[in-house]
Design a binder for this molecule. Structure first.
Ligand SMILES: C[S@@+](CC[C@H](N)C(=O)[O-])C[C@H]1O[C@@H](n2cnc3c(N)ncnc32)[C@H](O)[C@@H]1O
Length: 208
């Protein structure tokens, strides 16, 4: 097991049990991303860093013909994801695998080289080599890549932004100031970028 996997398992071993309840209030913009996925009929969707499976279940319900794939480095999170997916009756449509987002082989994991939609939701802020993860995500994107993550809190009071960054750091979360630039390097002018809620969150889309 890699150091990153061990660290994520340590963070999430207990948190996974109340993760969805608490994150509802501060992982903002996730449902906006799901609404904007606009999955084609019968299309495939990969979530990189799928955590408890909360997003994949919502995607499956919103796009009933989609086939879904999720990967996460933490077996602890995947255990919760598998339970939730089974409880939702979606095990036949959602395939979950353990892998490192910065170095994975989609063909070997899922039997597919590309996906119609690929998304990252509050994951790049936790991955040490997040640029590599973004490159990997872009490489397996057949149609569109969407992401949402913490912003730099630039439209909010300074004390709030400083407090948030200090608090997030305790959970190994680093908001990526260069998120938009990194995606533009991969997608050029096709990238659409938005700052949400006073730059609490940043969202971006690369459509091929
Ligand atoms: C804050 S959670 C977000 C989960 C989910 N995407 C959501 O929006 O609720 C971040 C997730 O990224 C996963 N993660 C962190 N580093 C990773 C890596 N290198 N490769 C794959 N997943 C990783 C963690 O295990 C965790 O499940």
């Amino acid at each position: 097991m890699s150091d990153t996997a061990r660290r994520m398992d340590a963070i999430y071993a207990r948190q996974r049990h109340f993760y969805d309840l608490t994150r509802k209030y501060y992982l903002l913009g996730r449902d906006r991303l799901i609404a904007r996925l606009d999955v084609p009929n019968g299309g495939t969707v990969l979530e990189v860093g799928c955590g408890t499976g909360r997003n994949l279940i919502a995607v499956a319900r919103r796009y009933p013909t989609a086939r879904l794939y999720g990967l996460d480095i933490s077996e602890e999170m995947l255990a919760t994801a598998r339970e939730k997916v089974a409880a939702a009756g979606l095990s036949g449509r959602i395939l979950l695998k353990q892998a490192d987002a910065s170095d994975f082989d989609a063909q070997a994991l899922f039997g597919a080289a590309t996906f119609d939609r690929v998304f990252f939701s509050y994951t790049l802020s936790m991955i040490p080599d997040w640029q590599a993860a973004l490159r990997q995500g872009a490489a397996v994107t057949g149609g569109a890549l969407l992401l949402v993550d913490f912003g730099q809190f630039e439209g909010l009071p300074g004390w709030f932004g400083r407090g948030m960054k200090a608090w997030l750091a305790k959970f190994d979360v680093t908001p990526r100031a260069e998120l938009f630039d990194a995606l533009r390097q991969l997608g050029g002018p096709q990238v659409e970028a938005s700052r949400l809620y006073g730059d609490y969150a940043r969202a971006a889309e690369l459509r091929r």
